[in-house]
Design a protein around this ligand. Sequence first.
Ligand code: SF4
Ligand code: SF4
Length: 188
Amino acid sequence: MPDDRSFVAETTHLVRAVGRAMGVTFRNLLRRPVTVRYPTVKRVYPDRFRGILALTYDGETGEENCIGCRLCEYICPPQVIKVEMLKAEKRNFAKTFTLELYACEFCELCVQVCPTDAIIMMKSFDLATGDRRELLLDKDRLHALGLAFDPSWATGNRLRDAQAPPKPAKAEAKTAAPPRTDATEPAG
Ligand code: SF4
Ligand code: SF4
């Protein structure tokens, strides 16, 4: 035979729990939602947001910024970057540049070492796909991404400047040389 007291206690406990849960629900019904209807509505990302990787052009000359130095290839922990250098008279270029974004760790090391801010991160992660082959990015695709999205503030040169040790304070103005105090009097 069931214990009446335990039945009442359990029912009371249940009713209170449901009441607390409904209280949370009703409170949140009146709040402004924190979610957005992505992709129709997109959030504005902060300037330092680091998303997908891309290659850049020089804003003045229109030339590719990549000089094919392969530093990004050497630093990349999962080795997802492959670069072939094309030597030219005035400067070098990347003959080929591929990045397997599906295996990228987004560690940003490639960005940090790039001497010309050629590889950067964008203020977007909007590259979802069901076909991983679409995330094998060649040079053209990487440049197209660089034009399609806003760049992050965090370029290699800015990051290196931010991480550099502080410059020593300028030396105080040289103190004037003390006046000569030659006490030796000529012998009279
Ligand atoms: S992206 Fe930067 S680090 Fe990589 S090869 Fe080009 S210039 Fe060198
Ligand atoms: S972010 Fe890191 S893992 Fe991704 S390509 Fe750059 S170095 Fe490689």
